[in-house]
Design a protein around this ligand. Structure first.
Ligand code: PLP
Length: 378
């Protein structure tokens, strides 16, 4: 069976945009769970939740089947629904706004800051109205939003801050971890994120009641407090994580500081060695420690995003736009009639001229050199 493939050359000179670092210890942990027969949410999920809560210094961690599920169930648990408005950045992954639509509320898009790609906090205040119930700041590309003014606003207007920290595991603002500032923080374990289980996510919170509601919602509405008999206290969902996914995450979490060091090293090489006036490097405010989930540059004229992606692909390097201008997507554009060039110019510009470069643990120094050489030639 394998012999047939002998003459097919293995093409490994393509550098993908992202590639998860799954090691044999992760695989062995998964096999152990598979052999145990306990596949659904169980001891390994418990263990993962404890490990993440400890790492981020929070009281509660609730694992689920995706980052999107965690965001959606947080909104449901907080009672956000029909008639409510939720403020979201215009530049993010589309899931940030989809969850708002899917609980029956209306997303209110706010443009981003041109330097950090994060939601513009001043513009947030202007968008708060009588129906506003929550704000979902996104720590875009693993760089934390200015949470202090945002929390002040939320207190002043009595709003929930739900952090979409999907990309930001390990990122910090001063000494505060992403995901631990608002009433709840959401993380994703999609393969593009810092650690991965294929699909998966967690919520972290210090609110006991919220945590208990989320535990019920993710598991058909089960009363997780009552251990004496099985009882269902709400019409919940099945958003559980499997135990084998949790098992592969635990060992990756243990290596995450080491992995972050590696990404930091690559980022500093990009900063030092990319010398091209047509490439605008990212800006990192002083007190922030990004986790470098993405290294996002902006292309200056005459570079054209589509052409650059294609040219780098031909040179063996995978790149892509960094995130979407969500109100520019057909569903949102048709439903709400936005003109993004006027309504969200910064988000549209980032969507149309941004470029994510490869940055991940497995990238070798030699590959980084190849990427830098090609970027400098653009
Ligand atoms: C990846 C991502 C999500 C969605 O997470 P999934 O685990 O893929 O559902 C949500 N928001 C942002 C900002 C993301 O990057």
């Amino acid at each position: 069976m394998f012999e047939k493939n002998v003459n097919i050359p293995i093409i490994n000179d393509f550098i993908p945009l992202a590639s998860p670092d799954i090691r044999s210890e992760d695989i062995e942990n998964v096999i152990t769970v598979l052999q145990s027969g306990n596949l659904v949410q169980g001891k390994k999920v418990d263990q993962l939740e404890k490990a993440i809560a400890e790492y981020l210094h929070v009281d509660h961690c609730i694992a689920m089947n995706s980052g999107t599920s965690t965001l959606q169930l947080i909104l449901l648990a907080l009672g956000v629904g029909s008639g409510d408005e939720v403020i979201v950045p215009a530049f993010s992954y589309v899931a940030t706004a989809n969850v708002v639509e899917n609980v029956g509320a209306k997303p209110i898009f706010v443009d981003i800051d041109v330097e950090t790609f994060n939601i513009n906090v001043q513009a947030v205040e202007e968008s708060i109205g009588s129906r506003t119930k929550a704000i979902i700041p996104v720590h875009e590309f693993g760089l934390m939003v200015d949470t202090t003014p945002l929390m002040d606003l939320s207190e002043k207007h009595n709003l929930f801050v739900v952090e979409d920290a999907a990309c930001a595991l390990g990122a910090k603002d001063e000494s505060q971890f992403a995901g631990t500032v608002g009433i709840a923080g959401s993380f994703s374990f999609h393969p593009r994120k810092a650690i991965t289980s294929g699909e998966g996510g967690v919520v972290v919170t210090n609110e006991e009641l919220l945590a208990s509601k989320l535990r019920a919602l993710r598991n058909h509405g089960i009363d997780s407090e009552n251990t004496s008999r099985m009882d269902f206290i709400m019409a919940g969902y099945n958003c559980r994580m499997t135990d084998f996914q949790a098992a592969m995450l635990i060992s990756q979490l243990n290596r995450s500081t080491e992995a972050l060091k590696k990404r930091n090293h690559i980022a500093s090489r990009y900063f030092e060695e990319i010398r091209n006036e047509k490439i605008q490097l990212p800006f990192i405010p002083k007190n922030k420690t990004p986790n470098w989930q993405t290294f996002h540059v902006m292309l200056r004229e005459p570079l054209v995003q589509k052409e650059v992606i294609e040219r780098l692909r031909k040179d063996g390097i995978g790149t892509n736009y960094g995130a979407q201008c969500i109100p520019e997507q057909s569903y949102y554009k048709n439903k709400y009639g936005y003109n993004c060039r006027i309504d969200f110019p910064n988000a549209l510009r980032a969507y149309e001229t941004g470029l994510a470069l490869p940055i991940y643990e497995k990238l070798t120094d030699q590959e980084v050199t190849v990427i830098i050489e090609n970027v400098n030639r653009l």
